[in-house]
Design a protein around this ligand. Sequence first.
Ligand code: ATP
Ligand code: MG
Length: 329
Amino acid sequence: MEQKKRILTGDRTTGRLHLGHYVGSLQSRVALQNDYDTFILLADIQALTTHFEKPELIHDSIYQVAIDNLSVGLDPEKVTILQQSQITAIAELTEFYSLLVSVNTLRHNPTIKTEAKAYGYDDLSFGFLGYPVSQSADITFCKADLVPVGEDQLPHMELTRKIVRRFNELYGASLPEPQAMLSKCSRLVGLDGNAKMGKSLGNALYLSDDAATVEAKVKRALTDTTRISVKDPGHPDVCVVSKYHEIFNPTEHANICEMCKSASIGCVACKKQLAAVLNGLLDPFREKRAYYESHLGEVRDIIMAGSAKANLIGNETMREVKEAMHIAL
Ligand code: ATP
Ligand code: MG
């Protein structure tokens, strides 16, 4: 039997996951879990690079992000869920890879730049600047072939491929070069019109939000600011709510746009429709979440077992890596 290709993907444990994660990554994880050997990383070390002063939040988010993944339909019998800080090979590989990357390359990384600006950093910590190197270790410790990610991760994927090529060239190793896999919606805009819905940006609809919260947040979403009265024709091309209809309510989208342009639907009704669609999507997830929320011991067991399995694989990779580097005695 041909061996399944391996996927590694994951999320920072900086908070609960939102609809951006769902359309950008979780949805394809669920679709691919039968055909690929899937590894889901709870990226707590990467979370610490920006949230090191919030250890309680990180602890809670390790559970919440695991539950988010399980609630959308990832099957713990099929996929491996692992905690980054438990995998020793990731720490070791990060050290070795850091020798192959220049500080200037990291400084010019567009995602690092955007995030540093968003966090208001002008003097970057060593750990924050280096997190893309650690991410290369995440992907390669288990020799992942494919990495489903959102658009913001593409510079990091390019860096990973560069490191792998350089490492193989230098030491005659044969680590596989991973491929990024973008979903149809690789960047969901925030409810506030920000270019990206982000869990640290305060503009997100969480998978764990209840129906009333979804309704309230959609009510406040940014629409066409030039449309003052219901009688004014709207401009769906500049409206966040319209973008969400396009993604989550594709069959109705064209019709809603026409009605908006001809002022035959108002923003209030349009938002109500969207909230109903989103709640329809989230309802089955809420049911699964309720189960795991009341079985946290089971969630812990899933993470511990996944991390133990990942460590066996990582230790094997480190044996090969150290032999290639001539430091194995
Ligand atoms: P943080 O603000 O803490 O970095 P985040 O919302 O960016 O959180 P991450 O854990 O960094 O979430 O990203 C996990 C995955 O989800 C990545 O593959 C990322 O590209 C994807 N992703 C995050 N936000 C979006 C979004 N708005 N649209 C599409 N994909 C997204
Ligand atoms: Mg992020």
